[in-house]
Design a protein around this ligand. Structure first.
Ligand code: MLT
Length: 264
């Protein structure tokens, strides 16, 4: 079922009576990157996925995005749907949103699943790379940027064996509103560092990272793992940065084990 909340496209699957899991996607993707998890977990949970403002079906609005405004959107969705301590699950940029949401209001969540993400803000090199991406989109349109960025997100196994799937994902993201994508880049470029909050997280937390992830590689997430009091870490074989798409069975098993272990 689709709902519009504060202009955002929200997708619900599963029973309203069940515990909720809210899935926050990465950049430049949309809610469909969680399809394999929604298919699996909507059997026992209310699965909520949504398109972050400016991406997928969610309009770019005033185009003035910050990580903070993305967290405001997440909070609005949770309040409007009256969710009772949902499980928060975010990947990469969705992880940046989740990490800041945990810093602001961890008490509204019962657990967190952080996939292929990091707490550090962009360094100078990273900021300049984002700026170059914005320049490129303005000059050449979105498609060449989307092709290069998305290809880099996937590991070699997926790139070699699932070339059609990869092309479909690139094709889809290439149709997004370029201004919304630029807004996402600016929000990431200007985000705050959330490392100091890791030691304050006191809800069960699962960290997931693809063994071939070059954007947020396993050592980066291992460091996060060591700083959180009650965390599990699972490395996903044969997967790059997009673990839920690249190796959904292993990711789903890791999530299932975590939910069972923590009586969620
Ligand atoms: C993502 O997957 O959300 C992006 O790779 C995050 C980023 O560019 O920092």
């Amino acid at each position: 079922m689709k709902k519009i909340i504060n202009g955002l496209s929200i997708f619900l699957a599963g029973s309203n009576e069940s515990k909720a899991i809210i899935f926050v996607h990465g950049f430049p993707f949309d809610h469909t990157m969680w399809q394999a998890q929604v298919d699996e977990f909507s059997k026992n949970y209310l699965c909520i996925s949504y398109d972050i403002r400016g991406l997928g079906d969610s309009p770019a609005g005033d185009r003035q995005f910050t990580m903070e405004s993305f967290v405001d959107d997440l909070e609005t969705i949770i309040n409007e749907l009256k969710l009772n301590r949902p499980i928060l699950c975010g990947l990469s940029m969705g992880g940046y949103i989740s990490l800041r949401a945990l810093e602001r209001m961890q008490e509204i969540f019962s657990a967190a699943i952080l996939c292929d993400t990091r707490t550090e803000a962009d360094n100078n090199e990273g900021k300049l790379k984002r700026a170059a991406g914005i320049k490129r989109i303005n000059k050449e349109g979105l498609a060449p940027f989307a092709k290069e960025f998305i290809t880099n997100c996937f590991g070699n196994d997926f790139k070699q064996n699932k070339i059609n799937d990869l092309e479909k994902i690139i094709e889809k993201s290439s149709q997004f509103n370029p201004v919304g994508v630029i807004g996402g880049l600016l929000a990431m470029l200007s985000r705050a560092d959330t490392t100091a909050n890791l030691g304050k997280i006191n809800i069960p937390t699962l960290l997931i990272c693809g063994e071939q992830d070059t954007l947020t590689p396993p050592p980066v997430m291992m460091d996060m793992f060591h700083r959180i009091n009650k965390a599990d870490f699972v490395e996903i074989p044969k997967s790059g940065h997009m673990t839920p798409i690249e190796n959904p069975q292993i990711v789903n098993k890791a999530i299932r084990d975590f939910l069972v272990e923590n009586n969620l």
